[in-house]
Ligand binder design. Structure first.
Ligand SMILES: NC(=O)c1ccc[n+]([C@@H]2O[C@H](COP(=O)([O-])OP(=O)(O)OC[C@H]3O[C@@H](n4cnc5c(N)ncnc54)[C@H](OP(=O)(O)O)[C@@H]3O)[C@@H](O)[C@H]2O)c1
Length: 204
């Protein structure tokens, strides 16, 4: 993959054989991945073609390691407890937290804290020839972007506005649109991360 000359500021130049780091998520039209109470009810009720563009099944086949923040992890634990399902990730999962959190039986969960750069090396090693998924939330994806370690954002935009909630990516970044489609109720889009917003870059 090549990047346009001046646009590598704050973004990693991808070596081609390195795992890609992708933030794959769903958002409201006004840029929230969860409501202020961490509810995803607005998302779960949407029409979706599970075989359609940017579907989860095809995406997850290419993922060798995942990373998430503790709010997301606790949402997954609560969801599994409610539904009675088992831990559904087969690849190693890193959870960023400053707290001691439980682990479900059979789940390969590793905890880390602090600078995401050190976690990144473990993620890449675990991913092997597959890619790394930043599950969320938005600030964690932002921490990877700050370190120049976020390659792409794949987003499904639900036909919903919430007015408030957990922001999708609370940073000032330039992204480059590479793909769009419709899947059921969603607009799907894939972006390469070009780096910090042009207006924020030091002048030459
Ligand atoms: N729409 C979607 O597809 C989608 C996808 C993913 C998530 N979600 C939802 O979006 C919401 C995201 O919540 P959120 O924005 O609060 O983000 P989050 O990233 O899930 O959790 C944030 C928390 O993780 C811990 N953390 C993050 N970075 C850390 C670091 N470098 N070192 C140590 N700890 C760190 C901190 O808590 P502690 O240190 O106190 O543990 C922090 O408050 C959740 O409700 C989730 O379910 C939606």
């Amino acid at each position: 993959m090549t990047r346009r000359g001046a646009l590598v500021v704050g973004a990693r130049v991808h070596a081609g054989d390195m795992p890609r780091t992708t933030y794959y998520t769903a958002t409201t039209l006004d840029g929230f991945i969860a409501d202020p109470d961490d509810s995803l009810d607005w998302l779960m009720r949407q029409d979706l073609d599970e075989e359609g563009p940017q579907n989860y099944g095809a995406f997850i086949k290419e993922i060798g390691a995942i990373v998430m923040g503790s709010t997301t992890y606790e949402w997954v634990l609560a969801h599994l407890e409610k539904s009675g399902e088992a831990w559904f990730y087969s690849m190693p999962a890193w959870v960023l937290t400053s707290r001691d959190l439980p682990v479900l039986e059979g789940a390969d969960v590793r905890f880390a804290r602090g600078d995401v750069t050190s976690v990144y090396d473990d993620l890449v090693a675990a991913a092997g020839d597959k890619d790394v998924w930043v599950v969320g939330g938005g600030d964690l994806a932002g921490q990877f972007a700050d370190a120049g370690l976020l390659d792409e954002v794949i987003v499904s935009i639900a036909p919903v506005t919430l007015g408030a909630g957990r922001p999708i990516l609370p940073r000032r970044l330039d992204l480059r649109l590479v793909e769009t489609a419709q899947n059921g109720a969603f607009v799907t889009a894939r972006y390469e991360v070009d780096g910090v917003l042009t207006e924020d870059r030091p002048s030459e």
